[in-house]
Design a protein around this ligand. Structure first.
Ligand SMILES: [Ca+2]
Ligand SMILES: [Ca+2]
Length: 385
């Protein structure tokens, strides 16, 4: 379906742009309860939004040897979600209700890539398989009826920094569909991967990430696995490292400092993507679980997924959740479009606009939508080895 869709007004809209908007920067305040049956709570039940201690399964011992580049994530039980009360434009100026209620979840042990998949790693996959990513393929006319032929060109979504302040309600002011942008050319045809071997690969559609994972003998993490791993054994912290955004004046993730989107102060040392592992790892040895690039999870997105999971579990511990069915996926910002969960936030996230680098918060994206701030990492089951 990427990259175009026809809106009722007859205007060709860059579908991929819209996808990424809703993934990270909603265009307009979504009507959170616009779909019958949605059970997102408007307010947490008394006492429901609280974190209980993370408990690690003492029998969950790391098998040896460790797969190269992967960290052992022991099984255990934790409180999943976020009760952060702040409102923000990227979530539709709503409290982050889709990360509620906080609920108990258990996961088994697994291996997880210590870093986002890098350009060098993805290049090895492509060299071995000849794989062509979604963004490198010319959109087929039959998939985009009514789209002008000149618009059917291969490309992807790139952040273009405005020179002046722009209304934060219109993310099209800083996102562009750039013909020729893809993982080999992160910011457009004139860019390349020289000096970027250690940067995370970007412009990756969900199917691209899945294909890489299958080749590597791995898979994409579930959302619960991702959050359990990101929390690093801590209980109910706002960030992967603790309670405060900065520690002793230092930034611990590659996000955005300055007035978004026109002023990038790079207080963390990076205006754009950073090489993976440029910031400290969490307690499990995982890097960039907050910021740098967004990461695909295997769950289909739905804002009330947690409430549904708790209900299905009879109010008890939700065990190894896998998310809702594709047919049940729903994004109030773009009804009718099934989306996958994305986590971590990116170098474009800021405490002034989109704080989804906070560990319990959720993002989402259309599976066929890549951009220059979204990538992935993989996990591996013990039985697979
Ligand atoms: Ca930065
Ligand atoms: Ca990340």
């Amino acid at each position: 379906m990427n990259p175009f869709t026809i809106r009722p007004a007859g205007v060709v809209v860059l579908f991929a742009v819209i996808g990424i908007l809703s993934a990270t920067f909603a265009v307009s305040p979504p009507a959170m309860l616009s779909r019958p049956g949605l059970s997102v709570p408007s307010a947490a039940p008394e006492g429901a939004d609280r974190y209980l201690p993370t408990v690690i399964d003492s029998a969950s011992v790391a098998p040896t040897p460790a797969p190269e580049g992967m960290a052992w994530i022991p099984g255990g039980e934790f409180s999943m979600g976020s009760s952060d009360p702040r409102r923000e434009l990227c979530g539709g100026n709503e409290p982050m209700e889709d990360a509620r209620p906080i609920h108990r979840v258990s996961v088994g042990g697994f291996w997880m890539d210590r870093t986002e998949v890098t350009n060098a790693e993805f290049a090895r996959f492509v060299a071995a398989t000849g794989y062509v990513t979604f963004a490198e393929k010319v959109p087929r006319p039959e998939d985009y009826p009514g789209a002008p032929p000149e618009m059917l060109v291969a490309g992807s979504i790139v952040f273009v920094q405005p020179r002046e302040p722009v209304p934060l309600g219109n993310a099209l002011r800083w996102w562009r569909y750039v013909p020729g942008a893809n993982w080999r050319h992160p910011t457009g045809p004139a860019s390349n991967l020289t000096g970027r071997d250690r940067e995370p690969v970007v412009h990756i559609a969900y199917a691209d990430a899945e294909a890489y994972a299958a080749w590597a003998g791995k898979r994409l993490p579930t959302e619960a696995e991702w959050e359990f791993a990101a929390r690093g054994g801590l209980t109910g912290q706002r960030y992967t490292w603790g309670a405060d955004l900065t520690v002793e004046g230092k930034w611990l993730a590659n996000i955005w400092q300055g007035a978004f989107p026109h002023q990038n102060d790079a207080g963390d040392g990076y205006t754009g993507i950073a090489p993976v592992a440029s910031f400290p790892a969490n307690a499990y040895g995982l890097f960039d679980m907050s910021g740098n690039v967004w990461e695909w999870c295997s769950d289909w997105y739905r804002p009330d997924a947690y409430a549904l999971a708790v209900k299905a579990a009879g109010g008890g511990v939700v065990r190894d959740p896998r998310g809702v069915a594709q047919s049940e996926s729903y994004d109030p910002a773009e009804p009718g479009m099934a989306k996958r969960v994305q986590r971590s936030g990116s170098f474009l996230c800021t405490d002034q606009y989109c704080t989804r680098y906070m560990v319990g918060t959720r993002g989402k994206g259309a599976p066929d939508t890549g951009s220059n701030h979204a990538g992935f990492r993989c996990v591996q089951d013990v039985a697979k080895r």
